[in-house]
Design a protein around this ligand. Structure first.
Ligand code: IMP
Length: 201
Protein backbone atom coordinates (compact mmCIF):
# COMPACT_ATOMS: atom_id res chain seq x y z
CA UNK A 1 0.00 0.00 0.00
CA UNK A 2 1.27 3.46 -0.86
CA UNK A 3 2.21 5.34 2.31
CA UNK A 4 0.30 8.53 2.96
CA UNK A 5 3.45 10.11 4.33
CA UNK A 6 6.15 8.86 1.97
CA UNK A 7 4.50 8.26 -1.35
CA UNK A 8 3.27 11.77 -2.11
CA UNK A 9 5.40 13.62 -4.60
CA UNK A 10 4.07 16.92 -3.26
CA UNK A 11 5.76 16.54 0.10
CA UNK A 12 9.23 18.00 0.34
CA UNK A 13 11.79 17.87 3.09
CA UNK A 14 11.05 17.89 6.81
CA UNK A 15 11.65 21.44 7.97
CA UNK A 16 11.00 20.92 11.69
CA UNK A 17 11.09 17.39 13.08
CA UNK A 18 8.68 16.19 15.74
CA UNK A 19 11.18 16.23 18.63
CA UNK A 20 12.20 19.81 17.87
CA UNK A 21 8.54 20.86 17.81
CA UNK A 22 7.94 19.22 21.16
CA UNK A 23 10.98 20.89 22.74
CA UNK A 24 10.07 24.34 21.50
CA UNK A 25 6.39 24.05 22.39
CA UNK A 26 7.40 22.98 25.87
CA UNK A 27 9.67 26.05 26.20
CA UNK A 28 6.86 28.31 25.00
CA UNK A 29 4.49 26.75 27.53
CA UNK A 30 6.92 27.56 30.33
CA UNK A 31 7.48 31.14 29.11
CA UNK A 32 3.75 31.76 28.87
CA UNK A 33 3.13 30.20 32.28
CA UNK A 34 5.62 32.58 33.87
CA UNK A 35 4.30 35.62 32.03
CA UNK A 36 0.63 35.01 32.81
CA UNK A 37 0.87 33.51 36.27
CA UNK A 38 -1.89 35.02 38.43
CA UNK A 39 -3.72 36.53 35.45
CA UNK A 40 -7.10 35.55 34.06
CA UNK A 41 -5.73 33.99 30.87
CA UNK A 42 -8.01 33.24 27.92
CA UNK A 43 -6.36 31.30 25.09
CA UNK A 44 -7.99 32.00 21.73
CA UNK A 45 -6.93 29.46 19.11
CA UNK A 46 -7.64 30.10 15.44
CA UNK A 47 -9.16 27.16 13.55
CA UNK A 48 -8.25 25.03 11.97
CA UNK A 49 -4.51 25.35 11.58
CA UNK A 50 -3.61 25.99 15.21
CA UNK A 51 -5.57 23.17 16.84
CA UNK A 52 -2.63 20.75 17.19
CA UNK A 53 -0.25 23.45 18.39
CA UNK A 54 -2.81 24.83 20.84
CA UNK A 55 -3.50 21.37 22.28
CA UNK A 56 0.21 20.73 22.89
CA UNK A 57 0.85 24.27 24.15
CA UNK A 58 -1.95 24.02 26.68
CA UNK A 59 -0.51 20.80 28.08
CA UNK A 60 2.90 22.45 28.37
CA UNK A 61 1.45 25.16 30.61
CA UNK A 62 1.13 24.84 34.36
CA UNK A 63 -1.18 27.76 35.13
CA UNK A 64 -4.93 28.10 35.00
CA UNK A 65 -6.42 29.23 31.72
CA UNK A 66 -9.42 28.73 29.48
CA UNK A 67 -9.39 27.90 25.78
CA UNK A 68 -11.82 29.04 23.15
CA UNK A 69 -11.77 28.76 19.37
CA UNK A 70 -12.43 31.15 16.55
CA UNK A 71 -12.99 29.95 13.00
CA UNK A 72 -12.23 32.28 10.13
CA UNK A 73 -12.14 32.28 6.35
CA UNK A 74 -11.08 34.88 3.84
CA UNK A 75 -13.79 36.55 1.83
CA UNK A 76 -14.17 34.85 -1.55
CA UNK A 77 -12.17 36.66 -4.18
CA UNK A 78 -10.12 38.54 -1.63
CA UNK A 79 -7.53 36.09 -0.39
CA UNK A 80 -4.61 37.92 1.07
CA UNK A 81 -6.64 41.07 1.66
CA UNK A 82 -6.52 40.55 5.40
CA UNK A 83 -10.29 40.88 5.56
CA UNK A 84 -11.66 37.74 7.13
CA UNK A 85 -15.08 36.40 7.95
CA UNK A 86 -15.67 34.86 11.35
CA UNK A 87 -17.20 31.43 10.74
CA UNK A 88 -17.17 30.41 14.40
CA UNK A 89 -17.15 33.01 17.12
CA UNK A 90 -15.93 32.68 20.69
CA UNK A 91 -18.26 31.03 23.15
CA UNK A 92 -17.16 33.11 26.15
CA UNK A 93 -16.61 36.82 26.75
CA UNK A 94 -13.00 38.01 26.85
CA UNK A 95 -13.80 41.39 28.44
CA UNK A 96 -11.27 42.28 31.11
CA UNK A 97 -9.22 39.13 30.51
CA UNK A 98 -5.63 38.57 29.33
CA UNK A 99 -5.99 37.09 25.86
CA UNK A 100 -3.38 35.02 24.07
CA UNK A 101 -4.13 34.68 20.36
CA UNK A 102 -2.69 31.35 19.19
CA UNK A 103 -1.92 31.14 15.48
CA UNK A 104 -0.24 28.44 13.41
CA UNK A 105 1.72 30.79 11.17
CA UNK A 106 2.06 34.49 10.59
CA UNK A 107 2.80 35.20 6.95
CA UNK A 108 1.90 38.69 5.69
CA UNK A 109 0.49 39.46 9.12
CA UNK A 110 -2.79 40.75 7.69
CA UNK A 111 -4.93 38.05 9.25
CA UNK A 112 -3.41 38.37 12.72
CA UNK A 113 -3.67 42.14 12.52
CA UNK A 114 -7.36 41.88 11.65
CA UNK A 115 -7.94 39.45 14.51
CA UNK A 116 -6.05 41.60 17.00
CA UNK A 117 -8.26 44.56 16.14
CA UNK A 118 -11.43 42.45 16.27
CA UNK A 119 -10.49 41.06 19.69
CA UNK A 120 -9.49 44.47 21.08
CA UNK A 121 -12.99 45.76 20.35
CA UNK A 122 -14.22 43.29 22.96
CA UNK A 123 -12.31 45.15 25.68
CA UNK A 124 -9.89 42.52 26.97
CA UNK A 125 -7.26 43.59 29.52
CA UNK A 126 -4.58 42.70 26.93
CA UNK A 127 -4.08 40.74 23.71
CA UNK A 128 -0.78 39.08 22.79
CA UNK A 129 0.16 36.85 19.89
CA UNK A 130 1.64 33.40 20.15
CA UNK A 131 2.55 31.97 16.74
CA UNK A 132 4.23 28.66 16.11
CA UNK A 133 5.81 29.83 12.85
CA UNK A 134 6.90 33.23 11.61
CA UNK A 135 7.46 33.71 7.89
CA UNK A 136 8.77 37.21 8.41
CA UNK A 137 10.19 37.62 4.89
CA UNK A 138 6.63 38.06 3.62
CA UNK A 139 5.42 40.43 6.35
CA UNK A 140 3.36 43.41 5.18
CA UNK A 141 2.37 44.66 8.62
CA UNK A 142 4.70 45.02 11.55
CA UNK A 143 3.31 42.95 14.40
CA UNK A 144 4.75 42.22 17.82
CA UNK A 145 4.97 38.44 18.32
CA UNK A 146 6.13 38.00 21.91
CA UNK A 147 5.73 34.21 21.82
CA UNK A 148 7.13 32.70 18.64
CA UNK A 149 8.11 29.11 17.97
CA UNK A 150 10.26 29.26 14.87
CA UNK A 151 11.28 31.70 12.20
CA UNK A 152 10.96 29.93 8.81
CA UNK A 153 11.98 30.88 5.26
CA UNK A 154 9.54 31.79 2.50
CA UNK A 155 8.28 28.29 1.78
CA UNK A 156 4.81 26.74 2.00
CA UNK A 157 4.63 24.31 4.88
CA UNK A 158 2.19 21.64 6.02
CA UNK A 159 1.77 19.35 8.99
CA UNK A 160 1.24 19.69 12.75
CA UNK A 161 -2.24 21.08 12.04
CA UNK A 162 -1.42 23.01 8.88
CA UNK A 163 -2.88 21.95 5.58
CA UNK A 164 -2.80 22.17 1.85
CA UNK A 165 -6.36 21.71 0.57
CA UNK A 166 -7.28 20.13 3.90
CA UNK A 167 -4.57 17.48 3.67
CA UNK A 168 -1.42 16.86 5.70
CA UNK A 169 -2.75 18.23 9.00
CA UNK A 170 -1.94 14.92 10.66
CA UNK A 171 1.76 14.93 9.87
CA UNK A 172 3.59 14.90 13.23
CA UNK A 173 6.30 17.20 11.86
CA UNK A 174 6.38 20.27 9.63
CA UNK A 175 7.31 19.64 6.01
CA UNK A 176 7.80 21.83 2.98
CA UNK A 177 5.24 21.36 0.23
CA UNK A 178 6.33 21.17 -3.40
CA UNK A 179 3.67 22.17 -5.86
CA UNK A 180 3.63 20.22 -9.12
CA UNK A 181 7.15 19.07 -8.60
CA UNK A 182 8.34 22.65 -8.31
CA UNK A 183 11.22 23.65 -6.11
CA UNK A 184 10.72 23.86 -2.39
CA UNK A 185 10.84 27.62 -2.36
CA UNK A 186 8.20 30.30 -2.38
CA UNK A 187 5.07 28.36 -3.32
CA UNK A 188 3.23 30.51 -0.81
CA UNK A 189 3.88 33.55 -2.92
CA UNK A 190 2.08 31.99 -5.84
CA UNK A 191 -0.45 29.98 -3.94
CA UNK A 192 -3.81 31.50 -4.92
CA UNK A 193 -5.91 29.95 -2.20
CA UNK A 194 -3.38 30.31 0.56
CA UNK A 195 -5.53 32.61 2.64
CA UNK A 196 -8.49 30.34 2.00
CA UNK A 197 -6.59 27.73 3.97
CA UNK A 198 -7.95 29.47 7.00
CA UNK A 199 -11.30 28.20 5.92
CA UNK A 200 -9.63 26.70 7.21
CA UNK A 201 -6.46 26.88 8.47
P1 IMP B 1 -1.32 36.04 6.67
O1 IMP B 1 -2.58 36.82 6.79
O2 IMP B 1 -0.67 36.27 5.32
O3 IMP B 1 -0.36 36.25 7.79
O4 IMP B 1 -1.76 34.53 6.62
C1 IMP B 1 -1.73 33.70 7.71
C2 IMP B 1 -2.51 32.47 7.39
O5 IMP B 1 -2.21 31.98 6.07
C3 IMP B 1 -2.15 31.33 8.32
O6 IMP B 1 -2.96 31.35 9.48
C4 IMP B 1 -2.40 30.14 7.45
O7 IMP B 1 -3.76 29.80 7.47
C5 IMP B 1 -2.08 30.59 6.06
N1 IMP B 1 -0.71 30.26 5.67
C6 IMP B 1 0.29 31.11 5.40
N2 IMP B 1 1.42 30.46 5.07
C7 IMP B 1 1.12 29.14 5.16
C8 IMP B 1 1.88 27.94 4.96
O8 IMP B 1 3.08 27.94 4.62
N3 IMP B 1 1.21 26.78 5.14
C9 IMP B 1 -0.09 26.71 5.53
N4 IMP B 1 -0.84 27.81 5.72
C10 IMP B 1 -0.25 29.02 5.54
Amino acid sequence: MKSFFNGETELGKVLIPQNRLQERVSELGQEISQAFDGKDLAIVAILKGSFVFAADLLRAMNIQCSIDFMGISSYAGQPGSGVVRITKDLDESIAGRSVLLVEDIIDTGLTANYLLNALRQRKPASVDICALLDKSARRLIDLPIPYRGFEIPDVFVVGYGMDYQQRYRNLPHIAVLRLNGAQESSPAATQPDQADNKNGS
